[in-house]
Design a protein around this ligand. Structure first.
Ligand code: SF4
Length: 412
């Protein structure tokens, strides 16, 4: 790729990967249809399938296109992927092409043991379910359907019994911060190989005031790092590359700066057991690509700026060459404190949250509690405004109404 700073990511146990050439994973929003109506639903899911969803033939072509990146991870997301009658056929097709297939069905009665077995036999390696609280009271209120929590536990149990590896996805927001310690304890009992913790991005049904503050995020990062040392599963923070910064800071402290710290945790790479694995340095459009139910190609499911559509564009070409994707992989274009941050190579801030809250994919991540040394020196020298004022000024400049987050969410 000419004319920009390249970026290398890495798979745990699988060597370096050039994210300029191929993403680590592709997520396809198979359908918007879902029987849940979650408060923070990114997809703004509906009960029925959209008439313009990708057809089976188009989905097969999508899988073929993605395979040209290599044998990467392909995830069926939604909505609820089980609302598509062709999902088992597509799982088999993707696995036959050599893609590492996974799915995130909704926690509803549709995810029967028989359906899970069909998917497993078709070649699906891992199933991920959402659990957003340590008990039904918190989870079901969030998902807005009674019984959703129990279905989640049932799906995990059934999948394990038929030999499929399992993952839990959790959205962290204001509503479950007080429950987080109990959630951590629950995770240790579930036999999962991977816990993916999503830090809320205020798009879809999620409102800015639902997002926790930068300081509250920071406290969760430290809890996750502590847990990662002993947990029988790997942990990933999604829409929060700041977690990489916290891991690095903690390891450097613990190792007294021997320079060998890695932003992957010291875990036992539990998530490699099913061949799915994990990667470091993934960010929106940088190691990651999202395809909507109607085929639009996005840098992530939380960054709703399309760079093409699989119905008319070559997905490999869009990922490698579309200006949006290229700019997102060029961290020298970042602004504000992310631009001068010493952790920029391993973090870069959530581009989706910068866009959702600041209106610009290159803006500084407003939900990071870190004040980079160079930024502090600029403040001390009178060359830039303190952090909170910087964000307020940028929001004014971008025409975003104030207050956007409420006081706690803007770092001060
Ligand atoms: S300032 Fe930006 S790059 Fe630095 S740790 Fe925070 S979010 Fe990451």
């Amino acid at each position: 790729m000419q004319g920009r700073a390249g970026h290398r990511g890495a798979h745990a146990g699988m060597g370096a990967q050039d994210f300029d050439e191929a993403p680590f994973l592709v997520i396809w929003e198979t359908t918007q249809a879902c029987d849940l109506a979650c408060k923070h639903c990114r997809a703004e899911a509906q009960p029925d399938r959209h008439p313009a969803e990708l057809s089976t033939a188009e989905a097969r072509a999508l899988l073929e296109g993605v395979r040209r990146f290599g044998p990467i991870i392909f995830v069926f997301s939604g909505g609820d992927c089980l609302k598509r009658p062709d999902i088992v056929e597509l799982a088999a097709y993707g696995a036959g092409l050599g893609l590492r297939m996974a799915a995130t069905p909704a926690t509803t009665p549709l995810a029967t043991r028989a359906k899970l077995r069909e998917l497993h036999e078709a070649g699906l390696k891992r199933i991920a379910v959402s659990l957003d609280g340590s008990h039904a009271g918190i989870h079901d209120a969030f998902r807005r359907v009674d019984g959703s929590f129990d279905h989640g536990l049932r799906i995990l149990r059934s999948a394990r019994e038929i030999g499929m590896s399992t993952q839990v996805n959790t959205v962290v927001a204001r509503h479950n911060l007080d429950d987080f310690d109990d959630l951590c304890r629950l995770m240790e009992t579930l036999g999962i190989v991977f816990w993916e913790v999503f830090f809320l991005v205020p798009i879809g049904r999620a409102r800015p005031e639902d997002v926790a503050s930068a300081e509250e995020f920071e406290a969760v990062f430290h809890k996750l790092y502590d847990l990662s040392k002993t947990a029988p599963f790997d942990i990933k923070a999604t829409a929060a590359p700041q977690y990489n910064r916290v891991v690095l800071q903690r390891k450097l402290l613990e190792r007294r700066g021997d320079g060998a710290a890695d932003v992957l945790t010291d875990g036992l790479e539990h998530s490699l057991r099913d061949g799915i694995g994990r990667a470091r340095g993934v960010n929106d459009g940088d190691g990651f690509l999202f395809v909507s139910h109607t085929g639009e190609i996005f840098p992530s499911g939380f960054l709703p700026v399309a760079a093409g559509n699989v119905r008319g564009d070559d997905i490999v070409d869009v990922y490698r060459n579309a200006p949006l994707f290229r700019r997102l992989r060029d961290r020298s274009l970042l602004e504000g404190k992310c631009r001068v941050c010493e952790f920029r190579p391993v973090c870069g801030g959530s581009r989706a949250r910068a866009y959702a809250t600041m209106g610009d994919v290159h803006e500084s991540e407003p939900f990071c509690a870190h004040v980079p040394k160079r930024w502090q020196r600029l403040i001390d020298g009178g060359n830039v405004e303190p952090v909170a004022e910087y964000f307020r000024a940028r929001m004014r400049r971008n025409g975003i109404a104030l207050p956007v987050f409420g006081a706690p969410a803007v770092p001060s």
